[in-house]
Design a protein around this ligand. Structure first.
Ligand SMILES: C[S@@+](CC[C@H](N)C(=O)[O-])C[C@H]1O[C@@H](n2cnc3c(N)ncnc32)[C@H](O)[C@@H]1O
Length: 441
């Protein structure tokens, strides 16, 4: 079934949204707000349709030519055909929409709370990290790349223009090197991470494999000829049910870690540890969170879900004591080393679950949380109220779970004071949110 539809807005996803003639919402891939387009309806989901734009009858003024040659097939960034100004507006609209639908805040208030999206200076070439799956193609050659749209089939790209210049062409170079090495043998590499800093010039290649034998010397030699890496590591995991468990990191060549500079602090990061992919925008997150927390010199603060300490170190520079809680061993070890090397003796790094550790911390003057996409564990909400911070900064990468938590926090006396979407991921629907809450009097 095909129907001409006016595209009204973008969803929190790759699809654009319009209305079918029968009144049902249509989620149309390839649409741009303001387009009139013929949409092929591919699925009737009961309350809504899914479809794909097959012809644009009247193009929106926001429609642009995608800057990446793989835009039509790569599953990586679905908003490349939309002007950057429009992307920024739609990211703010997605946050407002979640506040209305999930947190139950009325539209006027939601609009007054959410500021304009903070743009990224670089709209291409902004990623300090590429992370790709690996496999073998039909001719049994090694392939590395992102997944094709709506599939889990690897797209063997030559370059990714979203990445910093120094690693943009790394996919082709690495594929060539590992294809040459592996021949008809499977090296067992299932994921490759490539990180590059344009501030320190460090470039690390991380090969993810299961434990077992591995041609270390040959891989290190071939890869270092293919890319100018300052570090080549092998991250070893073992299968444990559906999850893979980290078993260790082997240094194959160079430093064995990657260095990036954020807010004038040098972070030495191990390959398995999380690190923000858009360094310049990460600094804006930090600035917004610190400004919102209004810290006094003698403040006692906790940074939950702290990772390697992107927020912890700037917090420690601005207050008396920071409790930094993180559950992933690799990040905990990195943060301990960074805090020690940078001479911060007012940071207590706690390896453990945030929900379990928060009740042990006592009263807090301020709190920062930056959880994964699932948002805050339900039981943490009561512990936040017990710790009683005057202000709370909640950094989120998922507006849906964040809006759920906005409602839960309101239930224990924390009122949302302001929200700033920060664009960490141009050309994609993803947005980061920095929100500030105030304890009710
Ligand atoms: C979105 S990242 C933020 C990291 C850090 N704030 C930063 O900006 O680099 C979320 C972090 O939460 C950690 N994490 C996930 N579940 C956790 C839990 N239950 N308790 C503590 N940390 C957790 C992850 O390992 C990850 O480092």
């Amino acid at each position: 079934m095909r129907e001409e539809i006016t595209i009204e807005r973008l969803s929190y996803g790759d699809a654009a949204i319009g209305k079918a003639a029968d009144g049902k919402t249509v989620f149309a891939f390839g649409g741009c707000p303001g387009d009139t387009a013929i949409v092929e309806i591919t699925a009737d989901k009961g309350t809504y349709y899914e479809g794909t734009v097959v012809d644009v009858t009247e193009a929106s003024p926001h429609r642009v030519t995608p800057p990446c040659p793989y835009a039509d097939i790569c599953g990586g960034c679905g908003w490349q055909h939309i002007s950057y100004d429009c992307q920024l507006i739609e990211k703010r609209e997605n946050v407002i929409s979640q506040l209305i639908r999930t947190a139950g805040i009325d539209e006027e208030k939601a609009r007054s709370l959410v500021r304009d999206t903070v743009p990224s200076k670089r709209t291409m070439g902004y990623r300090n990290k590429l992370e790709f799956g690996c496999g073998r193609d039909a001719r049994d050659g090694f392939v590395v790349g992102p997944y094709k749209k709506h599939t889990n089939e690897i797209l063997p790209i030559d370059s990714c223009p979203l990445a910093h210049k120094g690693i943009e062409k790394a996919p082709k170079a690495i594929r060539g090197a590992l294809r040459f090495l592996s021949g008809s043998n499977d090296l067992g590499i299932y994921r490759i991470g490539i990180r590059r800093s344009i501030r320190t010039n460090d470039l690390e290649v991380a090969l993810w494999t299961n434990t077992g034998s591995f041609p270390r010397t040959a891989v290190a030699k071939t890869l270092s000829q293919a890319v100018k890496a300052t570090s080549i590591v092998r991250v070893m995991t073992s299968d444990k049910g559906k999850a893979r468990k980290l078993k260790g990191v082997e240094v194959l060549g160079g430093k064995g870690y990657w260095t990036e500079r954020v807010c004038d602090t040098e972070f030495k990061v191990s390959a398995p540890s999380f690190f923000q992919v858009n360094t310049a925008q990460a600094e804006k997150l930090v600035a917004l969170a610190l400004e919102g927390l209004e810290l006094e010199d003698d403040a006692v603060v906790a940074d939950l879900y702290c990772g390697i300490g992107t927020f912890t170190l700037p917090l420690a520079a601005a207050c008396d004591t920071v409790f930094a809680v993180e559950s992933y061993g690799s990040s905990v070890r990195d943060l301990r080393r960074i805090a020690e090397e940078q001479g911060f003796d007012n940071i207590e790094v706690i390896g453990g679950d945030a929900a379990r550790e928060l009740p042990e911390l006592g009263e807090l003057d301020a709190l920062l949380v930056d959880p994964p996409r699932a948002g805050l564990a339900a039981e943490i909400i009561g512990s936040i109220a017990d710790a009683g911070p005057r202000r709370l900064a909640y950094v989120s990468c998922n507006p849906a779970t964040w809006a759920r938590d906005v409602a839960r926090l309101a239930g224990v006396g924390y009122e949302l004071a302001c929200v700033t979407p920060v664009d960490m991921f141009p050309q994609t629907y993803h947005a980061e949110i920095v929100s500030i809450f105030q304890r009710e009097a």
